[in-house]
Design a protein around this ligand. Sequence first.
Ligand code: FNR
Length: 393
Amino acid sequence: MAWRFPVTAHDYSRLAASRLPRFLSDYVDGGAGDEQTLRANDAAWAAVTLCQRVLVDVDGVDTTTTLVGQSCAMPLALAPVGLAGMMARRGEVQAARAARAVGVPFTLSTVGICPLEELHAAGVDPVWFQLYMLRDRGIVQALLQRAWAAGCRTLVFTVDLPLPGMRHRDTRNGLGAGSVRARMLKIIDLLSRPGWVRDVGLRGKPHVFGSLAQQVPGARDLDAFKAWVDSQFDPSVTWADIDWLRAQWPGTLLLKGILDADDARAAVRCGAQGLVVSNHGGRQLDGVAATANKLPCIVEAVGTQAEVLVDGGIRSGVDVLRALALGANGVLIGRPWVWALAAGGEQALADMLARWRRELRLAMTMAGVRRIADIDAGVLDVSSNTDNGSATT
Ligand code: FNR
């Protein structure tokens, strides 16, 4: 079977699904509502047609670049993914090690399992830290100070989650229901995955939101943590709070979850060095546009005032080239890194990232560009691209 030697993101996703309990693989794979935006994200990249060029000197193609001032082996960073430490034993540490080995940034989620200090002690910094705004600003301040002390210099502030989206797969699996039936369902899922129970369930403890462990006294399990975090999400956050945040954080600030040109301009006015065009991987408002379709108008709105990263549905090195051709400075990937991690831990993720880098190099070679900075709309086959370039839907 194809996935015995996983190669593509899709191969890793199938392998991950065969290793994880169902409620976890659904948590990773799923989106909001009917998952229209989730599907649209993938499809929109596939619709971006590239130009094949020949007899250009493409000796020594180079994928290295910088992302918000940090040197990278390729223009890609691992997106923040909550609960990644449930997908592999101490998963965030393994993923950060793989990212470091390949030379790309890793972003630790506010709701990661491993705390900031565990990553610092593992010697994988500098990692990026992702922040959700919590009602208690004292907790936010303390988190930012810990992130700084742990060597983080890039803060990814997520702005598209005033409240968590409706994820029907999670509801079907009884997540957060707390009923006897929901507990039974979970036990049945766990019984079908003894390898995960041994490796991650038992040997990967503690399973709490590590960076918040001091803030949630008395909470022993993930359900209690999740209930606390859900009650702490602050839907009253506005642009004025970004000024407050800017004053708290001396490092680089990225705003993640921008999908509108006016919002992109506001992000630049607030002093963000970069933004991430994102719909949270189709997990928030189902029915919003694919990120590939929104990217060009946001790039145009921002100009050279900030770096523009994009995520959602990027599934290969070729997709990285497509994103750069549409004007992005780089990409974030979410599910693909988690799939590889769940499929085979640090080594599988390092293999996948190295393969993506080779794929990007090869795609640049055949598109006739030698440097990341040389990738522009000239790489697009405009005669075949009907949906991109000026699309704003
Ligand atoms: C996420 N995402 C996310 N974003 C964030 O800012 N903080 C978080 O804690 C999480 N958690 C999270 C969990 C899971 C399981 C997924 C799939 C996603 C969103 C993530 O950072 C990113 O925007 C998307 O995953 C990008 O889409 P792809 O690459 O997964 O298609």
